[in-house]
Design a binder for this molecule. Structure first.
Ligand SMILES: Cc1ncc(COP(=O)(O)O)c(C=O)c1O
Length: 455
């Protein structure tokens, strides 16, 4: 059986803090060899989980998320545990964030050490870790065939903020080069760039945008992998930037064709438009190279790359990396942040970049990816009426299902069997595990998935 007892201490502590009763849970444990799919439903309303959610958490939390009855308490590597002491294989990594796994010892050490030195000092002054992270990102990016003109980094706290900075930098560039009319952007159908007003304006999903219109004007939505649709929206006079995910994450794990990206670069050059690659989900090793754009020839690289998620392994941090061409239009005071580049986050970011670029980390990602893809292909072949295709690159993978299949039911079944997975657009189940996920967790997790699809 896949479920294990976890320490009851964390629950007991929360129960004490919240005044809930503490009971020892009686899930049997058998030494694990192969999963045997003993299904356990999500915690009931009467359980401590149910009581905590309904009495302590939900009534006081803004209604922005739909969540199952699951309260996560701790994790180690690619395994995560809930308040009911259930153990799960984690194929979500907090939505492509915990790239080195949960409770990574190196990060724990940095958190302790740096918190005893300096957590925050604002951008009124320089600090060592922020400078070190900025220079490391530039040098490692060049070593790994990334952004060939990489020159400067702006540090912030999330993916949305990294994109917000990118959009502002492109606006500034457009205004400097073409005056007040060169302020428009091109984005792509099914892309996701964040929820602030700027990032939301280039995230053309009616579900996210409709409640908040009017958004920023002058945004054109082109079709991914369709250069004609970009040509129709671009003009030298009006367009200042194009923002694109080289592999769309939320939108359904959709890869952009290399030929399309090459043509897109050329088009941007012809119209003096900045090209922004949002690598917040697909960057920092997830594609199997340091950057998704590391697969492309140098001359086709973008002008701006945004990153976040994996950079902090769960600590909130984001960054916008630019070329000298962009740096040249920026002045003191154009942008800023209180927390961005704080010594604690920056030191964690440096550690993560070191780990990802240390041999053979990237090689291993590709081996793990091959293992995933082989099994996903086999699942697709044995379920041709349900599964349409396997998508993605590295450890940003997707399984697209036929329209009549309710993938939320599969996600639920998997959870009940001890596997956490997430969905993406186009009826796709998305796999974004820790980049160092052990082979055993891949095998066990995909066995659970196969079982739940076949049911
Ligand atoms: C490609 C992409 N861009 C931007 C974001 C927004 O990042 P954050 O949630 O850190 O603000 C996300 C988050 O899922 C993303 O996947």
């Amino acid at each position: 059986m896949l479920r294990f007892f976890a320490s009851n201490r964390s629950f007991a502590k929360i129960a004490r803090q919240t005044g809930l009763r503490s009971t020892a849970y009686k899930y049997s444990t058998t030494k694990k060899t192969k999963p045997t799919f003993h299904e356990v439903s999500d915690a009931s309303e009467e359980s401590h989980t149910g009581q905590f959610i309904n009495k302590v958490s939900k009534p006081y939390t803004v209604t922005t998320y739909a969540r199952p009855n699951l309260v996560l308490t701790h994790g180690k590597g690619s395994y995560i545990y809930d308040l009911e002491n259930r153990k799960y294989i984690d194929f979500t990594a907090g939505i492509a964030v915990t790239c080195l796994g949960h409770s990574n010892e190196g990060i724990t050490e940095i958190l302790k050490d740096q918190s005893e030195k300096l957590i925050h000092c604002s951008n009124l002054y320089y600090n060592l870790p922020a400078g070190e992270l900025a220079s490391k990102l530039i040098h490692k990016t060049k070593e790994h065939n990334g952004l060939n003109d990489a020159s400067r980094v702006f540090l912030c706290n999330s993916g949305t903020e990294a994109n917000e900075a990118a959009l502002k930098f492109a606006r500034k560039y457009g205004k400097v080069k073409g005056g007040d009319s060169k302020t428009e952007f091109i984005t792509f159908a099914n892309s996701f760039h964040g929820r602030s007003m700027g990032a939301l304006s280039v995230t053309p999903n009616p579900k996210y945008q409709s409640p908040f219109v009017p958004l920023i004007p002058g945004i054109h939505v082109a079709e991914p992998n369709n250069i004609e649709s970009v040509k129709n929206s671009m003009s030298s006079e009006k367009t200042c930037g194009v923002i694109i995910e080289p592999i769309q994450g939320e939108g359904g794990v959709n890869s952009m064709d290399e030929t399309f990206l090459v043509e897109l670069r050329k088009l941007c050059n012809d119209h003096d438009v900045l090209l922004i690659y949002d690598e917040i989900q697909c960057g920092l090793g997830r594609s199997g190279k340091l950057w998704a754009h590391s697969y492309l020839p140098n001359e086709t690289h973008p002008d701006i790359v945004t990153m976040a998620k994996a950079l902090g392994n769960g600590f909130p941090i984001g960054a916008t990396m630019i070329t000298e061409k962009v740096e040249n239009v920026l002045s003191v005071g154009d942008h800023g942040t209180t927390y961005g580049g704080n010594p604690l986050g920056a030191r964690i970011g440096s550690f993560v970049v070191d780990e990802i670029t240390k041999e053979p980390f990237l090689v291993n990602i590709n081996e793990k990816s091959a293992k995933f893809v082989a099994k996903l292909n086999q699942i697709a072949e044995t379920n041709p009426d349900k599964v349409l295709k396997v998508k993605g690159k590295g450890l940003l993978l997707g399984l697209q299902f036929a329209e009549n299949i309710d993938i939320n039911k599969i996600v639920e079944k998997c959870r009940e069997n001890g596997l956490l997975i997430i969905t993406a657009g186009m009826n796709t189940i998305r796999f974004v595990p820790a980049l160092n996920i052990p082979d055993e967790a891949i095998d066990d997790g995909l066995a659970i998935l196969e079982h739940c699809i076949e049911q």
